[in-house]
Design a protein around this ligand. Sequence first.
Ligand code: IDP
Ligand code: MG
Length: 160
Amino acid sequence: MQTGFERTLVLLKPDAVQRRLIGRILQRFEQKGLAIVALKLVQVTDALAREQYAVHEGKEFYEPLVKFLTSSPIVACALEGVEAIATARKLMGATFGRDAQPGTIRGDFGISKRYNLIHGSDSPETAEFEIGLYFSPSEILDYRPSDLPWVYDLNGPEPV
Ligand code: IDP
Ligand code: MG
């Protein structure tokens, strides 16, 4: 990975896949300038869902959340870019569609306080942990999108 870049894990949850929104949601990240460096369809197991959401164990929404995430296939995706973690979460919007700003993914496609379409890592530590849950190192591809010199100013030591 190039200096100054960061990776984040994004999951398109079962509602996004069932509602045939994979293409439209991935397009948001592509058009922003984030690069897809890993991508697959996954049937999440009960154990994987519990591990991913361990921080929420014991909360009243934890069991419904595990049930939701395992109810149908999801799309797992690793995205790369400058401040990719915060940028992806801005594109996603607030946790629930009713609260999320129009123009964000959740704000444009969702209304439920449970089915909220998408997950994004919330810190560098979480991103590393979560990418590791879904991808082996060989599934994460290091490549240089050909438009990169027009997405960022790459003339200095760090991409700007
Ligand atoms: P985030 O997805 O915006 O980071 P978190 O607070 O980390 O939100 O919660 C993780 C997931 O748990 C949410 O995306 C949502 O699916 C679910 N969740 C969080 N809070 C609630 C709640 O109060 N009711 C139902 N589900 C919730
Ligand atoms: Mg979270």
